[in-house]
Design a protein around this ligand. Structure first.
Ligand code: ATP
Length: 369
């Protein structure tokens, strides 16, 4: 499922040079991108980067200052929010407290004066989809937080929108329930075939649920790709740093073999990255290296080109894995991760141990900015 790579696939949503300004302030900066039918698209970025503004423009609560947003090829600007095939589910859920679960789900259909039979059938479908059949008669205060979340979802899907916008949909749930609910959300999205756009602060959540993740910075999408590519092939230090754990090593690049050598500190060996990228000799560059790609050993490896020597400064034991912070002689910290498959008694390294760090020629990602 990669419609963005299919030249015949028709986008559901098209942003064309869209900017949004509030007075002097540019919240969205000249953005053009597409979202496809059946996609689960995540907008991810730090507070204030413009995620909510993107959603509000899609919902019709804000209008772009410049540019056009198309839905199914049609400019949505003249269409009022309640006439768009778009629905938004808010973090607060905004359920009606005096109405039952059934009535909450039926609300939009009733307002549209749909025939009674149709409403009955549709609400029953939604109750089944969200596993709420047995709670139909209860009021929102008589069900759990997770169930309320599902009512809100059922209600926003009842009118079968083409696009559902989810603003921090799991923000009110605790960590464990949140994880289970992520899988449920993916399941419901797949079953209905509705395009979902989710806004979240939580990068793990975005990576879990989304078919594509768009990482935003100051009103721009800086990279939009499948989660594995965002993680394995970030296009900038910003993206590498925002997603997951990483060590960024800054230096200067010199052409070497099938890639570049990076000189990052006096007295330290040069690091090698095999890459197709083309950089200028002497250009400043960065290596982004994920901790799980860095091996840690007491003996100096003989089969690798990237080898650093340092001292263990910190250890985080996380059950299945341990993360080591290793301090190089110049003070730089490099993170290495090991899988804890052996028993505790065999835990190999401790604080102040002198160790070697090493990684393969292709493990580090060479970045220009
Ligand atoms: P958060 O994760 O904190 O919700 P966000 O990425 O969703 O942040 P937005 O709510 O889209 O960010 O806001 C983007 C920027 O636009 C912020 O700097 C915000 O202060 C500004 N902004 C949003 N709405 C308005 C408004 N109505 N008037 C003025 N500035 C606004």
């Amino acid at each position: 499922f990669e419609p963005w790579n299919d030249p015949d696939a028709k986008p559901l949503i098209q942003f064309r040079n869209v900017s949004k300004r509030f007075g002097e302030f540019t919240a969205i900066d000249n953005q053009s991108f597409d979202i496809y039918e059946r996609e689960f698209f995540a907008l991810l970025g730090p507070s204030g980067c413009g995620k909510t503004t993107m959603m509000r423009m899609l919902a019709g609560f804000e209008t772009p200052t410049e540019g056009t947003i198309l839905l199914g090829g049609q400019d949505i600007a003249p269409i009022p929010p309640n006439k768009r095939a778009v629905n938004m589910m808010f973090q607060s859920y905004a359920l009606f407290p005096h109405l039952s679960v059934w009535e909450n789900i039926a609300f939009g259909l009733k307002r549209d004066r749909r025939p009674k039979d149709e409403i009955d059938i549709r609400v029953a479908e939604m109750l089944k989809l969200t596993r709420l059949e047995q709670f139909a008669r209860r009021k929102p205060h008589q069900i759990s937080g997770g169930q309320r979340q599902r009512v809100a979802l059922a209600r926003s899907l009842a009118k079968a929108p083409k696009l559902l916008l989810l603003d921090e949909p799991l923000g009110a749930l605790d960590a464990k329930l949140r994880q289970d609910t992520q899988f449920e959300l993916m399941d419901i999205q797949e079953k209905t075939g509705t395009t979902f756009v989710i806004v979240t602060h939580d990068q793990e959540e975005a990576m879990t649920v989304a078919s594509r993740v768009a990482v935003m910075d100051h009103g721009r999408i800086v990279q939009a790709d499948i989660p594995a590519k965002i993680y394995e092939q970030p296009n900038s230090v910003y993206v590498a740093d925002f997603i997951g754990e990483v060590t960024i090593i800054d230096g200067t690049a010199t052409k070497a073999d099938e890639g570049y050598e990076i000189d990052f500190a006096e007295g330290q060996p040069k690091l090698y990255c095999k890459t197709d990228k083309q950089l200028a000799n002497g250009q400043s560059a960065h290596i982004a290296i994920r901790p799980e790609k860095v091996s840690i050993s007491a003996e100096k490896p003989t089969d690798r080109r990237n080898i650093l020597h340092g001292k263990i400064d910190d250890i985080a034991y996380l059950g299945n894995i341990s993360t080591y912070h290793v301090k190089l002689p110049n003070g730089k910290i490099v993170k290495a991760q090991t899988a804890n498959t052996r028993r505790l008694a065999h835990r190999p390294f401790t604080w102040e141990d002198e160790v070697y760090l090493s990684w393969s020629d292709t493990a580090g990602v060479l970045l220009e900015r």
